[in-house]
Structure formats: structure tokens, C-alpha cells
Design a binder for this molecule. Sequence first.
Ligand SMILES: *Cc1c(COP(=O)(O)O)cnc(C)c1O
Length: 369
Amino acid sequence: MAHLWQGVINEYRDRLPVTDSTPVVTMGEGGTPLIQARALSELTGNQVWVKFEGMNPTGSFKDRGMTMAITRAKEEGAKAVVCASTGNTSASAAAYAKQAGMRCAVLVPEGKISMGKMAQAVAHGADIIQIDGNFDNCLDVARKLSDSYPVFLVNSVNPYRIEGQKTAAFEVVDALGDAPDYHILPVGNAGNITGYWKGYTEYSRPYVNAVGEELPAVATKTPVMWGFQAAGAAPLVAGHPIDQPETIATAIRIGNPASWDSAIGARDESGGLIESVTDEQIIEAQRFLSSRDGVFVEPGSAAGVAGLIKKYREGAAPTGAKIVITVTGHGLKDPQWAVKGAELEDPTAAEPKRVDFDVVSVAAALGLD
Ligand SMILES: *Cc1c(COP(=O)(O)O)cnc(C)c1O
């Protein structure tokens, strides 16, 4: 039956805080591919899928929460929104604000935003303010700004963001027929792990929605949640905030996650873990995924894949399990690391071979006989 995907609010409206009169702001987000990762499955001896969130309208999972947050802002009559961002939140907020006819201010940390993401905020006409500080400082200022001035905060401390993000778990269950055994993902500010766990939990038991209807359980179980932080920005692993978080994976370069407690809750309630992976492991995983399984993601997005490979090498990964890994954002947002990752394997990887314009020379260069 023909069905044009309507965006996460309309697809899952009976499980979201909206009414018939809510002015839904959508760009058709969600409905992203759940791709069989053949090489990763073979390597680890599991059935592994990647949920490719780079296929959202602005190229990251942030659009799932943003459609809810901007819809809510519109419902409340907001004229302007603000966010702190390591890049993808600002790209998403800027696009959805314009779709809603609002002004968007983004607070970004100095010098730590990838070119692709900055270009998105510029393209959508956001007011970009660079703060002399890190992401955590930006979020602090954004919160205070929205407390004292007429601007609506759309960071994931806004509970509507989490509501939108939980729809990714619904999509996984709807695609597989039940929850997977394991769900693995990168953890930065920890909104996404919070959203997934909320979604899986709500889908695994009868759910009383906003209008008092009881919806039946869709899944028979919840997955074990594995979260991975970058080693230089791993406060949840250390057990305390990190003052100067450092990693090439800028999307998860966060020292004091806003959703700290709910991330720990997801870990413990699911019997899971939150560990760290090094920048080298992240680049290697990004390279593995793009060169072996054909899926191109930004470095931060590869932290979950890096985590599974790490656990596999430690002999601490499951076998024969159904595993879903969220890859959070598109590789084109931050292409420099992909080139570096290729050059680590082969220093000439990014230099095309030069040959004369005849078929024999081209065939010879390709090693064909
Ligand atoms: C925001 C983001 C993350 C981190 O998600 P949190 O909800 O902050 O934990 C990871 N990867 C990408 C690409 C992101 O944009």
C-alpha cells in the first residue's frame, strides 16, 4: 500500500505530546534506513544492523527531537529559539526554525565545529554566536538566556526533544518485529540514549497516552543498552565531569552531559554498560564502516561501531545476537577525518593514479589483465 512517510510526529502521534490542533513543523524526518552491516556481522559473529541517522533532513538524528521542540515552540507562540551546539543541533535548529518562520540563535564553542555543520547554520540564516569556551559553557549561557529573555531553548534538556528522539526505538522495533538483543550508540550529552531507552521501554509494555487511551505493548522485551563515549570526553565513565574534554569526534566532545542521570538509568535498568573508545578506534571504525559496509558516517557517529569492535577484541562481545547500532550523523559533515582514515591504511589513498588516456593504461593501473 502506498504510504508517504509523514515525519515522526504524524507517524507516532498517539505516543507523543501533541493534540489535533498542534501546528506540526516537520521536514519528513525519521523513517531512516536500518542497514544490514554484513562485514561487521561477519567480523563479530552477530546479526548487526546500523540505523543510519545521517539520512535525516539535516543529516543527523537531531531532527527527530527538533521537529518536536520547534513544534512545541510554535504552539507556545515563540518567535525565536536558541541552542548550544557542537554542530548538529545548530544545523537542525536553524533548518526547523526557518521551516516554522522563526529566528534561530546558535551558541557554538570556539573553533571546534566542523566546516559542514557550520555551513548548514550559515545557509539557514542562523544568528551564530561563538562563545569563548566549550560546549558546556555554551549550554550554560543558552539556558540562562532562555530563562531571562523571550527565546525558547531547544537543547535536549527540553523534554520535547527526548520525546521526538524516542521514535527511533519505535522504528527499530517496527522494522525487526521486536526489540534487538543489544542497542549500541555514541553518548555525548546523553539525550539520545535517554530517548532510545524511553522508546524501548514504552513500546515493551501497555502505554497510556496523553489522551488516556491504553495502547498495547508492541515489543516483548527491551535491549541491553551499550553506550560509548570518546576517551578524552568520558565523564560518565570517569564518574565526574571533565573540565577540558578533547576528541576529534566533536559531536561527542562534552564534559558534563545534561542527561547524566537518565543515561546511567538506561545503562543500569537495561543491564548494559557505558565505556569509552579512543580517537584511533573511532577513526578505524569509521573507516571499517565506510570501506567494508558502504556506510559513511562522521567520526562521533562511529563511536558505537568502535565500541562493538573493541568489546569483540576483548572477548567481551556477544555472539549470535541481534545488534542495532545507531550511527548518528552523515560522513559528509566532517570529511577530513575520512580522508585521514583512508591514508592511515594507505598513504596514497587520496591521490588518484594518473595514467594516459588509453584503455590499456587504465586497465593496467587497475591491475586487470
Ligand atoms: C549530538 C550527537 C551525538 C551525541 O548525542 P547525545 O544525545 O548528545 O548523547 C552523537 N553523534 C552525533 C553525530 C551527534 O550529532
